[in-house]
Write a protein of this length. Structure first.
Length: 105
């Protein structure tokens, strides 16, 4: 599903399902900011608090916000949950295109 067009920001790109925000930086001596940046880029895709196994052995995913119909959790088999997560991963050796590669024709 394509993302809605967002206002363009300097040093930001959103192309073919990849997004890049290159305006974030920190000075070498700013250890607190560096730690924040490292924590941000290494955070998991799903919070451990939001994913649990129920008594029947199914995976329950708690949604961040309820859907319009009131749904607050998704319940699926372990295999289905892995299939859904695997569908989100980019193909092997697929890298986001760079500006240079898009400009060279």
């Amino acid at each position: 599903m394509p993302r809605e067009a967002a206002p363009r920001q300097p040093l930001c790109a959103d192309l073919d399902g990849f997004s890049l925000h290159a305006a974030m930086r920190c000075e070498a001596h700013d250890r607190k900011r560096l730690e924040q940046l490292c924590r941000y880029i290494t955070r998991p895709a799903l919070s451990d608090e939001r994913v649990q196994c129920n008594a029947a052995g199914q995976v329950e995913l708690k949604l961040k916000t309820p859907w319009r119909d009131g749904t607050t959790h998704l319940v699926m088999s372990p295999l289905e949950s892995v299939q859904r997560l695997a569908g989100l991963l980019p193909q092997p050796r697929l890298q986001p295109p760079t500006t240079a590669s898009r400009l060279s024709v």
